[in-house]
Design a binder for this molecule. Sequence first.
Ligand SMILES: [Zn+2]
Length: 144
Amino acid sequence: MTIGTKGSAMTKREKADELEERARKLRAEARADDLAEGRKRPLVDRLRYAATVRCHCGAGMAYDPFGPTGGLDAEGNQTPHGRWECSGLLLKTAIPPGEVDSVQHTRALSFRYYDVTSEYQPSARGQTTRPQASASASASEARA
Ligand SMILES: [Zn+2]
C-alpha cells in the first residue's frame, strides 16, 4: 500500500482501498438483510430437499439454508457443520429417535462426506423428495 503524505490528495491505491472497504461493509449488510429476511419465512417454506435421497422413514432428506443444517451459525457465518437431515425430524412431524413409537431415521449426512443432489441442482431434472401436499390432496379428491 502506498503511504501518502499528510494533506496530500488520496492516492489511487488509497481510494481503491477505501472503496473496497465500503463494498465489503455493504456486502456484509446485504448478507445480514438476506439472512434476516430468509429466517422470517417458516421453516417448511425454506427447507431445501434432496432430489432423490430419503430417510429410512420415507421423508425426504433436507436442510435449512438459513440455519445450522445449512452450515450457518446464529450470526450467519459459514461453519463446516452443514448436513442433510430427515425433513420429518426437522419439521417435527416425525417422532424423534428414542421416543415411544419412533421409527428408524437416517442419521445426518454431512455435506463434507456425502454428495447428495439437491432438488435445485440442474442434474436433478425436477426430481424432489419435497412433499406434494396440495398435489396429492387434489389427486385424492380426483380419485374419490
Ligand atoms: Zn426420518
